[in-house]
Design a protein around this ligand. Sequence first.
Ligand SMILES: [Fe+2]
Length: 179
Amino acid sequence: MRKVTLTEIFTHPYAQKYMKRAGIVHAVSTAYHAFHIAKENGADPDSAAKAALLHDIGHYTWYNNGTWDYDLYKENDIHAIKGAERAHKLLVRLGEDPKKAKEIALAILLHTDSYLPESSLARTPLQEAVARADEMDEEPGGMHHYRQMDDERTIKMLQKLDRMVENEQNRQTLKHSVS
Ligand SMILES: [Fe+2]
């Protein structure tokens, strides 16, 4: 049984404030990708979908003389660090299991190595699912951050993914009880 759904995450005012900056289509697409990857690599599909949905919640835009500067952003960005903290705060507020909230925050922290001095990360299956899902939805020049859709459609897509996560959890519970 899940303590928090993707739909509850998205509709919380804290998520509404920060999630849309990096493009809601990218967040939802990455959540779907991460769910499918997790089913294959053995990570928890619920945590993968949640971490992927929230992976860019730490984003803010970099401006140089009033215009968005992608190079400046690439140089100075720490969105994974901010995102891990924001996602953790939001999940705890919503009543998520503390262990799961920590795992999700860590997967967000490590979804990119662009801010680390050396890029030799050994990721867990969950962290790998989120990082790969993000790459699958990336577009050159950061264009994936500009795809938007309205809340009604976003909620419908998240409700559908919530059902997929719950069906998968039921399937796994059944499998374990039979074996
Ligand atoms: Fe991303």
